[in-house]
Design a protein around this ligand. Structure first.
Ligand code: ATP
Length: 334
C-alpha cells in the first residue's frame, strides 16, 4: 500500500491502578490516500483520539507500523512536519492575544513568512475579526483559528480530531465548508468524528472504528452499498391486502402503521406490478437506501457501547489531550 497515512496493527493499552488495563486500540489499520477527505468514524471511546495521538507521537504505541507521507511515525515525523497540520481536540490559545498576534507568533517561530497570517485568516473566514482578542471568540471561531494555525505551513495533509465538537449548527456548517474548500485545493484531510451526518456530508472515504478495531473502510458510497438490502417503502390504498400479495410473492415484508417496508427488491417495478396486477394501487414507492447512521449503528452496536463522558461545552474528557500540535514548531517526541 502507499498512502499519505498508513497504520497497520496499531495497539495501545492503558494501565492505571484505578481502572486497571484498558485496550484502547486493538490491532487497528488505516489507509488514507492522497486527495481524500477521509472520515475516521467511531462512537465515543472507540479509540479515535488514541490512534491520532499515537500517530503523532503524543502517546507511545505498544505495537504497530505507522507512516505519514512515507515517513515512519512517530520517529521520523520531524522530516515531514512542514507538510502536515494537525489539531487533536480543543486547542488552547492565550485569550488576551488577538488571532493575528497568535498566528504571527506561530509563523515567526515556525519560519513561515508573516504575510501568510492574513492569508490564513482570510481562508478560515476570520479576515475581518483577526484583530479581536481570542477570549471574545465563539468556540467555532476558536476552532477556525486552530485550523488557521495548522494551515500556516500550507500543509499537504491536515488531521482534524472532532472539529465539529461543541459547535452550533452554523459553526458546523462553516467548518464543513472550510474542509471542503481545503480539499478542493488539493489538501488531503483526515477528520475524526462521531457525528455521522458530518462524515457523510464532507467525506469521500471513511474508516469506521469500534472498540479499537476497524469494522469498515472504503469509499462512503461503497461502504453504504455493502449494506443495501434492496428495500422499498410502500404505501398503498389497501395496505393489508398489499402485505398479503407481497408475502405471497415471497418478498420479505415488515408492516408499519401506514406503510410497508419490503426487502429483497432489486427493482421496485416488481412491487408495482405485483400489486397493480391484483388491483391494489400503489401511492408511494420509495427505495430505502442505507445511510451512514444505520451502517454505523449496525457495525459498532453504538447503543450498547461503553461511552466516555464528554462535557457539554466540548472540552475533552482528558485535559491533557487538548493540544494544538504544530509539528513544525514543537517537534515531536519520538
Ligand atoms: N490517558 C488515558 N488513560 C487511560 N485510558 C484512556 C486514556 N486515553 C484514552 N483512554 C481510554 O481509551 C479508550 C479510547 O479512548 P479515545 O479517547 O481514544 O476514544 P475516542 O474514540 O477518541 O472517543 P471520543 O470520541 O470520546 O474522543 C477509552 O476507553 C478511554 O477511556
Amino acid at each position: 500500500m502507499s498512502g499519505v497515512i498508513e497504520i497497520e496493527g496499531l495497539r495501545k493499552t492503558f494501565r492505571s491502578l484505578r481502572r486497571g488495563r484498558r485496550v484502547a486500540v486493538d490491532g487497528f489499520d488505516l489507509l488514507v490516500e492522497a486527495g481524500q477527505v477521509h472520515g475516521f468514524l467511531g462512537p465515543n471511546g472507540s479509540g479515535k483520539t488514541t490512534t491520532l495521538r499515537a500517530l503523532l507521537g503524543l502517546v507511545g504505541a505498544d505495537e504497530g507500523r505507522m507512516t505519514v507521507l512515507g515517513a515512519r511515525a512517530p520517529e521520523r515525523l520531524p522530516q515531514v512536519a512542514g507538510r502536515v497540520g494537525a489539531i487533536v481536540e480543543s486547542p488552547q490559545f492565550f485569550g488576551n492575544f488577538t488571532a493575528y498576534r497568535t498566528l504571527r507568533l506561530l509563523a515567526v517561530a515556525g519560519g513561515v513568512p508573516v504575510s501568510r497570517v492574513d492569508e490564513v485568516l482570510e481562508q478560515v473566514g476570520l479576515g475581518d475579526r483577526g484583530h479581536e482578542r481570542v477570549k471574545g471568540y465563539s468556540l467555532g471561531m476558536k476552532q477556525r483559528l486552530a485550523v488557521a494555525s495548522a494551515l500556516l505551513k500550507r500543509p499537504e495533509l491536515l488531521i482534524l480530531d472532532e472539529p465539529a465538537n461543541g459547535l452550533d449548527p452554523a459553526g458546523i456548517r462553516e467548518m464543513r465548508d472550510l474542509v471542503r474548500a481545503l480539499a478542493a485545493n488539493g489538501v488531503t484531510v483526515l477528520v475524526s468524528s462521531h457525528i455521522l451526518a458530518e462524515i457523510q456530508l464532507i467525506c469521500d472515504h471513511v474508516t469506521i472504528i469500534s472498540r479499537g478495531r476497524r469494522v469498515a473502510a472504503g469509499r462512503v458510497d461503497e461502504v453504504l452499498a455493502g449494506f443495501d438490502r434492496n428495500e422499498c417503502l410502500v404505501r398503498a390504498d389497501d395496505l393489508a391486502r398489499a402485505e398479503e400479495l407481497l408475502r405471497a410473492a415471497e418478498l420479505t415484508v415488515t408492516a408499519h402503521a401506514d406503510h410497508l417496508v419490503v426487502g429483497g427488491v432489486p427493482d421496485p417495478a416488481l412491487v408495482n406490478r405485483t400489486l397493480g396486477e391484483q388491483g391494489v394501487w400503489v401511492r408511494e414507492l420509495t427505495p430505502v437506501r442505507p445511510d451512514l447512521e444505520s451502517v454505523f449503528l449496525e457495525l459498532t452496536g453504538a447503543g450498547q457501547h461503553p461511552t466516555v463522558p464528554r462535557q457539554a461545552d466540548g472540552t475533552p474528557h482528558d485535559p491533557a489531550a487538548g493540544q494544538l500540535i504544530d509539528l513544525d514548531i514543537r517537534g515531536v517526541d519520538a
